[in-house]
Design a protein around this ligand. Structure first.
Ligand code: GLA
Length: 363
């Protein structure tokens, strides 16, 4: 028996690049999902959550959860049960899980990945199965894809399992290789604010899958395995007829360069300068990839007017959170300006979290 914790994440930069075999730069939050678990040897997994009224009991040996058409009030349990069904092939078995979370749900901070990763670690430890963390991240992603039926990339699960305190994780989603990049905004006199825009985010909505399909179509028209491989952007844009696909390619290719530039700036200790990368990323997500939403645009706008160095939407889009990089001395004023912008429009007030790069999942 024991207790396992896996954190949510913020992605500094590298959005909609993971499923294009590209680069991402997330860090782990201090908030996350906690799983108290006990081993069961009867091939059954039972899960309860302090955030959900219904408990779920299911056989570990079963078809993909998504094919069983679970009702909406059990949908959350597809993540832990899905992980158990995927990991079963690697020698784990049943368990009783009690889940608790201090991550706001639907805020685009990867509460589902945190739930998958805490469950995966618990099942491996309880059944004495050893899987290295990069491989475990891929298995948790597989559970989300095949079991929960959500076509996410590799970023969130990797962030939850591989991040370390005081660092962002530079992950190459093709090779799976990663490195720790020191990231300590407070030491540079900066505050990184996470603004939950309260517009709820879900990847199941169809637009995420559509973006993935557009990227795959563009890659195949360009004759490359993935958009990661586009080296000559101008030539690629010249050869694509569809203006929508051209915009998608423009975003993915430039976003990969922004990750590399940001890593360079962070390693050089030039933290304020990377605000410009955040702004460029936001405009590209808004205008080229077309996944931003009104609250996110208004947040970035109000924050910049109040003296922030940069800001951008994070995650899949169409809801969720925004990050804002502000001089520590101005952070409060920036927060007030954002709140005032929401008030003026009659929107639900935003919620703020100070983001401190924290450790990944642990027992
Ligand atoms: C969601 C997905 C990730 C990634 C981001 C966009 O968070 O779960 O895999 O694709 O969107 O960068």
């Amino acid at each position: 028996d024991g207790v396992w914790h896996a954190p949510g994440r913020v992605n500094l930069i590298g959005e909609h690049t993971d499923y294009n075999d590209g680069l991402v730069l997330p860090f782990a939050l201090s908030r996350g999902v906690t799983v108290a678990a006990a081993r069961r040897d009867d091939g059954v997994i039972d899960v309860r959550s302090r955030q959900a009224p219904t408990a779920v009991t299911a056989p570990v040996d079963g078809p993909p959860v998504v094919s069983e058409g679970w009702p909406a009030d059990r949908a959350w349990a597809a993540y832990p049960v899905g992980v158990a069904r995927v990991l079963r092939e690697h020698g784990t078995g049943g368990a009783s899980l009690l889940i608790d979370s201090d991550l706001p749900q639907g805020a685009g901070l990867s509460s589902s990945a945190a739930l998958e990763c805490a469950t995966a670690l618990a099942l491996c430890d309880l059944h004495g199965v050893e899987i290295d963390r990069p491989a475990l991240a891929r298995l948790a992603q597989r559970a989300e894809n095949e079991q929960a039926g959500i076509p996410c990339g590799l970023m969130d699960q990797s962030a939850s399992l591989l991040c370390t305190a005081g660092h962002a994780l530079m992950l190459d989603c093709r090779s799976g290789l990663s490195s720790q990049v020191p990231f300590d905004p407070a030491a540079a006199g900066l505050t990184l604010l996470v603004v939950d825009t309260r517009a709820s985010h879900a990847l199941g909505g169809g637009e995420y899958g559509r973006r993935r399909a557009e990227c795959e179509e563009a890659a195949s028209l360009l004759g490359v395995d993935a958009l990661r491989d586009v080296k000559d952007l101008a030539a690629a844009l010249g050869s694509l007829k569809d203006p929508v696909l051209r915009r998608r390619v423009q975003h993915v290719v430039t976003e990969n360069h922004r990750v590399e530039a940001t890593v360079g700036l962070l390693r050089a200790g030039a933290l304020p300068e990377f605000g410009a990368m955040l702004n460029a990323s936001h405009l590209s997500l808004r205008d080229q990839f077309e996944v931003s939403w009104p609250e996110a645009d208004a947040t970035v706008d109000a924050a910049l007017r109040a003296g922030a160095r940069g800001g951008r939407m994070i995650g899949g889009g169409f809801g969720g959170s925004v990050i804002v990089l502000a001089p520590a001395a101005r952070a409060e004023r920036v927060g007030e300006a954002v709140t005032a912008a929401y008030e003026k429009r009659g929107w639900t007030p935003p919620r703020f979290l100070e983001a401190v790069p924290s450790d990944g999942a642990r027992r």
